[in-house]
Design a protein around this ligand. Structure first.
Ligand SMILES: C[S@@+](CC[C@H](N)C(=O)[O-])C[C@H]1O[C@@H](n2cnc3c(N)ncnc32)[C@H](O)[C@@H]1O
Length: 415
């Protein structure tokens, strides 16, 4: 097999990144954009010892599950990778992927994976977007740092698209390297312009003041608020949350309530528990659950998010929460915890956090994960003392291969 060779092949399944998988002479071939049961022709573009990657040239036999992607940039843009697959099939793929990862990396019985939860908003759901700027404004191309110019992104909120299009008119685009736009269910909007040279602040105001509620400049490692409060307010259920410039907030406001309600169900709180919320962001989960616990201790590394969390507790009239700023992996003090929630970034739990959980032995751990592979790894590490009872996938990122999961782990009985 050589680079440039063209083959006809049948796609048998999708890999965990949503790429089609076929075989030629028993070698695995990954083909982006191809779907199971399709017969395609494809050109080899990467040829390694154990696998190859190919670029699809033509669909010879089409899958019934294929749909026309609603996006003119689909072929090039590195964003959504499943826009060409029926939404029901996307959800089935994600649930199956969680099961396969469990099967591969753990002894957890994959029948514990429940049906996927989803919201009906499968387009225009993202409340945050980061656009790259270099002569053009858009997203990076697949596997490249070239920019695909974007006029309308199908998965970001409409007000983000509107602000983006106003930004594209700016006469001083050449000093901007990145534009971050955030919005909320209340359509409270924030933009951050990352610049590599000083910028005329009056010009920025002239062009954007009517379009964005608050705007910050990020220059030489420092933020400066040009107007507005420097934060936005979003809601989840009956709660309001302040979100500062670099604080994490779940990016799909439509599906977040489903996620948090599942966390609440799994936590099964009676009102007497000390709840520990590790990787707590702006304190959202602890505040969401506060009514059914004695107290909440949140831990978060980002100091702005911790300040938001404290203000969010006040704003929602919650007095039973305490938030610590620091690295969860370096928690020194002895903490009593009846129930622990962990919601780490994609890399999953540091081994110190796994050790902390195994020593602290809460009765239940609720693990919220945005990467099913690291979730599977960590469930196996925790399995010395914890049985994984249930995992519910949540479709937080429709039209992409990503899936959020909530897992319930219970302390095993020791004799
Ligand atoms: C996936 S977010 C979850 C936030 C929150 N639970 C929510 O639902 O909005 C992960 C959070 O962990 C924080 N974080 C990342 N590494 C950390 C660490 N080593 N120690 C403490 N917090 C960390 C991030 O700043 C981020 O706010």
């Amino acid at each position: 097999m050589e680079i440039g060779d063209v083959y006809q092949l049948e796609i048998t399944k999708l890999d965990h990144k949503g790429r089609g998988i076929g075989r030629i002479h028993n070698k695995i071939i990954f083909v982006s954009g191809a779907l199971p049961k399709e017969i395609i022709s494809a050109k080899i573009v990467v040829n390694k010892k154990k696998y190859a990657e190919a670029e699809m040239l033509k669909i010879i036999k089409r899958s019934d599950e294929r749909v026309e992607p609603k996006c003119p940039y689909f072929e090039k843009c590195g964003g959504c990778d499943l826009l060409h697959l029926k939404i029901e099939s996307q959800r089935e793929f994600k649930r199956q992927k969680v099961k396969e990862l469990l099967d591969h990396f753990t002894n957890v019985n994959c029948s514990c994976v429940k049906p996927i939860l989803f919201s009906d908003s499968i387009y225009f759901y993202r409340n945050k977007a980061t656009f790259k700027v270099k002569e053009q404004v858009g997203y990076f191309e697949k596997k490249s740092f070239q920019i695909v110019p974007i006029d309308q992104c199908q998965i970001v909120a409409e007000e983000i698209n509107d602000i983006l299009n106003q930004m594209k008119q700016l006469p001083f685009l050449d000093v901007i390297t990145e534009i971050i736009i955030r919005t909320s269910q209340k359509k409270d909007t924030m933009a951050i312009l990352k610049v590599n040279k000083s910028i005329d602040r009056h010009e920025v105001k002239k062009w954007l003041k009517n379009y964005v509620n608050t705007l910050l400049l990020y220059e030489k490692g420092e933020y400066q608020i040009l107007w507005g409060s420097g934060y936005i307010i979003d809601t989840i259920g009956n709660f309001q949350f302040k979100i500062s410039k670099d604080s994490f907030f779940q990016i799909n406001s439509f599906a977040t309530k489903l996620l948090y309600d599942k966390v609440s169900e799994y936590a099964n709180l009676k009102g007497t528990e000390q709840l520990v919320d590790l990787y707590c962001g702006t304190g959202t989960i602890g505040i969401y659950l506060h009514k059914n616990v004695k107290s909440v201790l949140g831990v978060e590394i980002n100091k702005n998010a911790v300040m938001d969390a404290r203000e969010n507790a006040n704003m929602n009239g919650v007095s039973s929460t305490q938030f610590l700023c620091g690295d969860v992996a370096k928690l020194k003090q002895k903490i009593h915890a009846d129930v622990v929630i962990v919601d780490p970034p994609r890399a999953g739990l540091d081994h110190e956090v796994v050790s902390f959980l195994l020593q602290t032995k809460p009765i239940r751990i609720i693990y919220v994960s945005c990467d099913a592979a690291t979730l599977a790894r960590d469930l196996e590490l925790l399995s010395t003392f914890y049985k994984t009872m249930e995992i519910t996938p949540v479709d937080m990122f429709p039209n992409t291969h990503h899936v959020e999961c909530v897992a319930l782990l219970c302390l095993k009985e020791t004799s």
